[in-house]
Design a protein around this ligand. Structure first.
Ligand SMILES: Cc1cc2nc3c(=O)[nH]c(=O)nc-3n(C[C@H](O)[C@H](O)[C@H](O)COP(=O)(O)O)c2cc1C
Length: 140
């Protein structure tokens, strides 16, 4: 079975909940890891890499993911299958809704990753978007 790693940055726990929901629906052997604890070797060994970050400030990365983003290099994700997800608040931040997912995706594309899905943008409580999250994960 192919293996996947889900690396998330989450301040209040919402993106962590999404990471766990994705893991339940993936057709892979899967590891879910907080970005503060991830081993780069585990990312290098994965067939599929999923990066998740909520958006803070005004369209910025979650703080732990901010500390990690420059680790995304061609050596880490070049030619690897990658997809990006995150939580945000569309009503309060319509112009910067889940903007962190765009920042991560651009970084991965610049590093030569093979982006395999549109970014998953979860608005509000993850529990209200379970069907959308499950469908996104099952399609990977
Ligand atoms: C101070 C503050 C700034 C925020 N900025 C944004 C933003 O720019 N864009 C967005 O989509 N959501 C924004 N949000 C909403 C959070 O991303 C949202 O609450 C998310 O579910 C938090 O996920 P987490 O628990 O995984 O960190 C902001 C929330 C707060 C409190």
């Amino acid at each position: 079975m192919a293996n996947a790693i889900i690396v998330f940055g989450s301040t209040m726990g919402n993106t962590e909940t999404v990471a766990d929901l994705i893991a339940e629906s993936l057709n892979h052997e899967v590891k879910v890891v907080n970005v503060t604890e991830v081993e780069l070797s585990d990312i290098k060994e994965a067939d599929l890499v999923l990066f998740g970050s909520s958006t803070w400030g005004d369209g910025e990365l979650q703080e732990d993911f901010e500390d990690f983003i420059d680790e995304i290099t061609p050596e880490l994700v070049g030619e690897k299958d990658v997809a990006v997800f995150g939580c945000g608040d569309e009503m309060s931040y319509p112009d910067e809704f889940c903007a962190a997912t765009d920042i991560i995706r651009e970084k991965c594309e610049a590093a030569g990753a093979n982006i395999v899905a549109e970014n998953l943008r979860v608005d509000g409580e993850p529990e209200d978007s379970e069907d959308e999250i499950t469908a996104w994960a099952e399609a990977l």
